[in-house]
Design a protein around this ligand. Structure first.
Ligand SMILES: Nc1nc2c(c(=O)[nH]1)N[C@H]1C(S)=C(S)[C@@H](COP(=O)(O)O)O[C@H]1N2
Ligand SMILES: [Mo]
Length: 441
């Protein structure tokens, strides 16, 4: 801890070593003062160090601009900001498309960049032909069209969806030199609008013997998952809209099950059937794929929750810092349990920590953006973020995680196992040349 004085002579804390700047010291004071806070840099030097260029003649065009399209697309200069594809040749197997977190800001994933995983391609569903059936242990089985569904009261909420296999590359015993997109790109966050499942179950009535429901998709694998009825009566939703427009085809058009905070795979897309039952189905995805085996040899039978996680998106692997000076560390935190409580950031590999600012509003089971100003002195630095949720859960260190859950040995065991629900701290090593490496701190 070192103390500095602001312009009015008040003591300010520059929290922790290695240039992390206490956000309270910055409130309303702007970047020039932040410049003044680096060790050995006086106010004069700070004034000479604006991040922007001096004013020049604006390069305004005198030519009349482009036409206005009916559906607008982003600037052609942003064409490199894309998802990475695991199956670009469209072979008959699953396809992953990962969100480029290192190129995005804020908390909402644009629809074109929302991650997708589809096990049987993207079905071409005519919304007028599509039906949702709710049956099984109900008093009155019902069939809904998109049109009838749209007449029930709707709700909107932000929610992240995260594949249980997100961050699986971090099971590797050596840190893979991959971007945050490759490591954590199977999570995205959107505002979803639709009808709560509880609203529809009020219509059908529930036989008291029902303890689970099975949700089934209309795509070729008819992906199906069992979900406790409790979730149906809590915050489960039949989502029809994604960030204000109809769902994207790859995200479940025309309707999907949204189970905020629960494993991505359970959020059944192209939803066509909900059956209330007494026992879980033990479908392939819940009995085989998503039953992670623990070092003890036992397996989780059901692993619904996506636990508290955070990662720094800037700076991260693939970025290069352009010399010492002021940077803003920025990242994403979320928890399937509820809202984020706090995020701590370290620039020295975890020896000292400072609390990051959380972007308001901090929403339950949604991405929360955290930020912290950092003065890089040009030396080697190791950046970490660690999140807590409001239920008191804390993101584990990598050592803690590996002790409880194991890591991949070489050669890897049977594929598809030991690749689920990874949520430890991610660490980025900044080299003196400004390059950022993935490290295990
Ligand atoms: N019908 C159907 N639902 C599905 C899938 C699928 O292939 N078919 N993939 C699942 C998996 S593995 C995940 S992680 C999430 C991903 O949701 P998203 O593609 O909207 O991001 O959808 C799930 N729901
Ligand atoms: Mo998934």
């Amino acid at each position: 801890m070192s103390k500095h004085r602001d312009m009015r002579g008040q003591a300010l804390e520059a929290t922790a070593g290695n240039g992390l700047i206490d956000r309270r010291a910055l409130l309303g004071r702007g970047i020039a003062l932040a410049g003044a806070m680096g060790a050995g840099i006086g106010p004069a030097a700070a004034g000479a160090e604006p991040l922007a260029q001096p004013l020049a003649d604006p390069p305004w065009s005198l030519e009349f601009g482009d036409r206005t399209p009916p559906y607008q697309m982003r600037s052609k200069f942003e064409a490199k900001v894309v998802r990475t594809l695991s199956n670009p040749k469209h072979e008959m197997r699953n396809s992953h498309a990962r969100t480029p977190h290192h190129q995005l800001e804020g908390t909402t994933t644009p629809n074109g960049l929302h991650f997708t995983i589809n096990h049987g391609g993207i079905p071409d569903i005519d919304p007028d032909q599509h039906r949702l059936v709710i049956h099984g242990l109900v008093k009155r089985p019902l069939e809904f069209t998109l049109e009838t569904l749209s007449r029930y009261p709707m709700v909107s909420r932000a929610a992240f969806v995260e594949c249980g296999g997100n961050s699986a590359p971090m099971f590797s015993p050596e840190p893979l030199q991959e971007t945050v997109q490759a490591l954590h790109g199977l999570a995205s966050c959107a505002e979803w609008t639709g009808v709560k499942l509880s609203t529809l179950l009020e219509e059908t009535g529930i036989d008291p013997r029902a303890t689970w429901f099975i949700a089934e998709g209309a795509d070729s694998p008819h992906l199906s998952r069992s979900v406790p009825i409790k979730k149906a009566l809590d915050d489960a939703m039949i989502a029809l809209y994604q960030n204000g427009e109809r769902l994207m085809p790859g995200n479940g058009y025309p309707m999907r099950l949204l189970l905020p905070g629960y494993e991505g795979n359970m959020n059944v897309k192209f939803l066509r059937r909900i059956k209330l039952v007494e026992q879980p189905a033990l479908s392939m995805y819940e009995a085989r794929t998503y039953s992670p085996i623990l070092p003890s040899g036992k397996a989780y039978r059901f692993y619904f929750l996506q636990e508290v996680k955070s990662f720094i998106t800037y700076p991260s692997h693939g970025h290069a810092l352009k010399g010492p000076g002021l940077y803003e560390i920025s990242g994403i935190a979320y928890s399937g349990t509820g809202p984020i409580e706090k995020v701590m950031v370290s620039a020295d590999g975890g020896q000292s920590w400072a609390q990051a600012a959380l972007q308001e509003p901090v929403l339950s089971k949604a991405f929360t953006r955290f930020r912290l100003p950092w003065r890089w002195n040009g030396g080697p630095a190791t950046l970490l973020s660690r999140a807590w949720d409001q239920s008191g859960n804390v993101q584990p260190t990598r050592a803690e995680f590996v002790a409880a859950r194991g890591e991949l040995t070489k050669p890897p065991p049977v594929l598809g196992f030991l690749n689920q629900h990874y949520n430890s701290i991610t660490s980025w090593g900044v080299a003196t040349n400004g390059e950022v490496k993935h490290v295990y701190a």
